[in-house]
Design a protein around this ligand. Sequence first.
Ligand SMILES: [Zn+2]
Length: 202
Amino acid sequence: MINIDVINLGPMDNCTYLVTQGKEALLIDPAWDMNFLIHTLEEKQLHLCGVLFTHGHFDHVKFSQELLTHFGLKAYLEESDVPLAGLPLELLHTYQGDQTFEIGPFHVKIWATPGHTAGCVCIQIEDALFTGDTLFPGACGRVDLPTSNPRDMLASLRKIASFPEDTRLFAGHSYGGRCSSTVANEKLHNSFMRNALRWEKN
Ligand SMILES: [Zn+2]
């Protein structure tokens, strides 16, 4: 069983996720304050075996260079978002679309969910789905940015809705103080997801 810690960092309510199994750790979207994250890992005596980005926006990736260099790691990023990320290629493990990765003891399933950006993905580990800026509790990410696509967003919201109802969702920001939900909750309360599902029927 994995353990998930939510770490809120920076001025934009970013959620960085520390996923652990025993002493093995993954970081998802390490944002803003690398000193804090490095210190947290060392204090908990964790072994960082991987870093994954949900997409390439600066508030999710920009400051990670120091952390990646410190631990000698490459971060997983969908290829379409490499230009947005602006990180040196030698610090990135790039891939295309849906993927499965074995990282340390973690079985990581990547689901391509474009819309907010072309390279947005949701990251599934066990029953947890890290949705980045594709889905927030009760909302979805902006679709008016470079490489955004509103039609793709609708398909991506339907993709998330197709997960088992008790799937735990963890978003890229805690706007309104909340960053987690479930698929069942979103199908009831997220008007963007409901519209996406209704749109499919017509
Ligand atoms: Zn974003």
